[in-house]
Structure formats: C-alpha cells, structure tokens
Design a binder for this molecule. Structure first.
Ligand code: DX5
Ligand code: ZN
Length: 207
C-alpha cells in the first residue's frame, strides 16, 4: 500500500500557517489539522474560520477532538476539509454522524483513543474511508508513541486490507517503521516534521 504522510500543523507556527504549509506540501500527501475544544481534550486549538483561511495544494485531513462534533461538521466541510475524522467516544449516534459527514461530500474517518478498543467501531467499518488509531492520548504534540496500539492496527489491517489506517502521535523515523509493519499506511507527524531542520528529509525518512 502507498504510504501517505500527513504533517500535523499543531507543531507549526500558527502565526505564519500558510508559509509553514508551503514548506511541507510538496513532499507530503495530506495536511493534518487538529481541532481541539478544551472539553474533549484538555487543550484548545482552532476552528472552522481558521481552516477556511488555509491555502494548501494537498487535501486537508481534519481531526476533530471536540464534543458534539455533529454540530460542527458542516462548518468544517464548508471551510474546505477533504476528510473529516470524528472520535467514536464523542458520538452518541456514530453511524448517523458518519452518514451526515458522507452526505457533505467529504471523506469520512473515525478515531479511537488509546483506551478505546476497536470493537467500539466494528459496526461502522464499512461506513468510513479511514480509521485513525491514536498512538498517544489526544491533546498535545510531542508525546511518546504507544507501541501497544499496534495490536489494534494489525487486527484492523487483517480484516480490512484496503482501508486507510492512520496513526497519530509520536511518529518519527523509528516508530513509522513499526506502524507500517503493523499495517498503517497514513502517518501523521507533527513535532518530528515541523521541528526538523530539513522538513523534506524528515518527511522522506518516514516513507
Ligand atoms: C495529538 C494530535 C496529533 C499531534 C501529533 O492529539 O492529534 O495530531 O499533532 O503530534 P506529534 O507528531 O508531535 O506526536
Ligand atoms: Zn491529530
């Protein structure tokens, strides 16, 4: 499977966001946008008005770490999201929300936090384009990769050979290899890419 790299702008300089995106978009496949509300996770980032101002030549992969995501998916679709991923833990009617996202004309993703088993999403696997397995507790960049999560990736990959499986948190040159070996094909990396002196090289080292 083709490995796709998604630099996470959480570790970029928000004061010059579009320049930061320009510095990686030629070498990457997706721009990963972390939306946090201070409720679902203990941190706040940005909302749809900021996403609408992003100029990127590659698709926007919007990761919603917010409560009541159903109230906002339309705003993010209008703002230019190409993929919208919601957390299973934040949804009362997960199947219904995934259907709503699909109807907005964007790709659909579902995510699980480290403590959530993949059985929580087993009934919706045919309704999504991508599953995001969190490899850190969501909320902050720069945390340590949780290798135990590879069991989830491997189980999913066994059952879904063609599904996009994304990993997010603690990805660097070493952990990328572990994740790909387990079956992941979409790698999010924030601090590793934006903290690198040579971002092109950093992205290439993940493939
Ligand atoms: C964490 C976010 C990640 C974060 C990853 O909640 O979902 O996308 O940016 O950061 P790194 O790659 O630094 O672990
Ligand atoms: Zn993320």
């Amino acid at each position: 499977m083709k490995i796709k790299i998604a630099p996470s702008i959480l570790s970029a300089d928000f004061g010059k966001l579009n320049e930061e995106i320009k510095s990686v978009e030629k070498y990457a496949d997706l721009i990963h946008v972390d939306v946090m509300d201070g409720h679902f996770v203990p941190n706040i980032t940005l909302g749809a008005p900021v996403v609408a101002k992003i100029c990127a030549k590659i698709p926007l992969d919007v990761h919603l770490m917010i409560e009541n995501p159903g109230n906002y998916v339309e705003d993010f679709a209008k703002a230019g999201a190409d993929i919208i991923t919601v957390h299973s833990e934040a949804c009362k009617d997960l199947k219904g929300l995934l259907k709503k996202i699909r109807a907005l004309g964007v790709k659909v993703g579902v995510s699980v936090k480290p403590k959530t088993p993949i059985s929580a999403i087993s009934k919706v696997l045919d309704d999504v384009d991508m599953v995001l397995i969190m490899t850190v507790e969501p909320g902050f960049g720069g945390q340590k990769f949780m290798e135990e999560m590879m069991e989830k990736v491997a189980t999913l990959r066994k059952n879904k050979p063609k599904l996009d499986i994304e990993v997010d948190g603690g990805i660097n040159e070493e952990t990328a290899k572990i994740a790909v070996k387990a079956g992941a094909n979409v790698l999010v990396a924030g601090s590793y890419i934006f903290g690198a002196k040579n971002r092109k090289k950093a992205i290439e080292s993940l493939r």
